[in-house]
Design a protein around this ligand. Structure first.
Ligand SMILES: Cc1cc2nc3c(=O)[nH]c(=O)nc-3n(C[C@H](O)[C@H](O)[C@H](O)COP(=O)(O)OP(=O)(O)OC[C@H]3O[C@@H](n4cnc5c(N)ncnc54)[C@H](O)[C@@H]3O)c2cc1C
Length: 401
């Protein structure tokens, strides 16, 4: 046993030649189509529509969606590779694509065949866009504390409430929305009584609210949503009534590998910029890479980068094998990669000196972007709770949740 796993083979990661081909394809696409627009995106806080359309047309909204529902039929490893390569150039694009994933995954896991055909297929093909609405101003980590309600009247659901922080809500056609459908019976089981629904953008009573200005990931937007007696048919319910918490949690287990890979891409970009600058910048008549303190920074950067990369690919590989341990690995990868990326981003600013805080140098944005990856899809404090709960479950069969 290699605690907490059974064997050293549990740490295996295998790639296929297709993974490297896909990486090259994404890299070339991002360098050609997106890299020239990065300054514009940062300055205007907007990704041009033609770029978003090209990304959608490439099928990137449906990488891991089965081909029968309009997707590419790829695996979690391909999705991680996509997130990493895209985040090296434009992390906000990963968030925009990720918002679609957070709509698609619950439907693939719990949706009816009709829901998959009607909603997943156009999103995977890039014909429509979608978003995931769980969080509220009053409840983020505490998903069971949401106050949006849905009541069943004559076979239809009436939804009322407000959501906040919803990525891609400004451009989405379809939303999954979590609402409370029955009151809390006892405190230990607050998670019961939530249900997830599909809501289409033009439904009566549904309003896209204000944009919430944020520090990083410029070009991806978060908005508030308002539901004033929004009526949807029972066919729009995703999964069993009262089981929405479980649907949401399983969705985030998948999503957090993508966030870890997004942070990995930011860290990789920060490292490459730091290395180049250290070779070019001279102080005291020598390139700064000849100062030992700078070498120590660069060496530590590479250690953290390599560790984060292994955790991300390992989590993706376990997920592709269908191993339950992927949940633990995904939380380890998410917390570690995002914090490693934060460390690298901060050290990149140190290596650049004054130039590091000048916006034009495009270095300070690494730090602004990476801070958000530590928070969404389960803040890192929550990841640490998940890590210990999963560890106890797997090794001792003890459930302390
Ligand atoms: C840019 C951005 C995009 C987002 N996109 C979406 C989206 O598309 N859809 C969506 O539904 N949501 C989205 N969110 C919301 C996001 O998921 C929440 O912000 C996140 O879950 C944290 O919730 P909170 O902000 O309410 O913080 P809180 O839950 O109030 O937490 C505050 C602090 O307390 C800590 N904390 C809370 N509970 C515990 C605990 N039990 N133990 C230890 N520490 C704890 C947290 O880790 C954090 O440090 C987005 C957020 C951001 C910033």
């Amino acid at each position: 046993m290699v605690f907490p796993f059974k064997s050293v083979l549990d740490y295996e990661i295998k790639f296929k030649p297709e993974h490297e081909m896909f990486r090259n394809f994404v890299k070339e696409f991002m360098e050609r189509e997106v890299a020239p627009k990065v300054s514009y995106i940062e300055e205007h806080n907007e990704i041009p529509k033609e770029v978003l359309d090209k990304v959608a047309q490439q099928g990137f909204q449906g990488i891991s969606v089965p081909q029968q529902y309009g997707g590419q039929g790829g695996d979690q490893m391909s999705l991680a590779i996509f997130s990493e390569e895209t985040a090296k150039i434009c992390p906000a694009l990963v968030t925009i694509i990720g918002a679609n994933g957070l709509f698609i995954v619950p439907l693939l896991l719990y949706g009816t065949e009709e829901q998959k055909i009607r909603y997943v297929t156009p999103v995977a093909k890039g014909e429509k866009r979608s978003a995931h609405a769980t969080s509220e101003a009053v409840a983020g980590s505490d998903v069971a504390g949401i106050q949006t309600k849905a009541e069943k009247i004559d076979g239809e659901w009436h939804i009322s409430g407000r959501k906040a922080f919803i990525s891609g809500g400004d451009i989405a056609d379809y939303f999954v929305v979590l609402a409370r459908t029955s009151p809390v019976q006892n405190k230990r089981e607050r998670w019961k009584g939530l249900t997830m629904f599909i809501v289409e953008r033009n439904t009566k009573g549904f309003t896209i609210g204000r944009h919430m200005e944020k520090m990083g990931l410029k070009g991806s937007h978060i908005v508030e949503l308002q539901f004033d007696d929004v009526v949807v048919p029972d066919e729009n319910r995703v999964g069993p009534e009262g089981e929405g918490f479980k649907v949401a949690m399983e969705t985030y287990d998948h999503g957090r590998i993508g966030v870890a890979a997004q942070a990995l891409g930011i860290a990789q970009a920060a490292f490459e910029k730091s290395l180049n600058y250290s070779l070019q910048r001279t102080t005291f008549e020598r390139p700064i890479i000849q100062h030992q303190m700078i070498d120590a920074y660069l060496a530590d950067m590479l250690m953290k980068l390599a560790s984060a990369r292994h955790l991300v690919y390992w989590a993706a590989y376990l997920a592709d094998l269908g191993r339950q341990e992927y949940m633990l690995a995904a939380s380890l990868a998410k917390a570690y990669a995002t914090e490693a990326a934060e460390w690298l981003a901060e050290k990149t600013i140190s290596i650049f000196g004054g130039a590091g805080v000048i916006v034009e140098t495009q270095v300070e944005r690494f730090l602004r972007d990476v801070e958000i990856t530590k928070i969404y899809e389960g803040a890192n404090e929550i990841q640490r709770l998940v890590i210990i709960r999963q560890l106890l479950k797997q090794t001792l069969g003890v459930d302390i949740s």
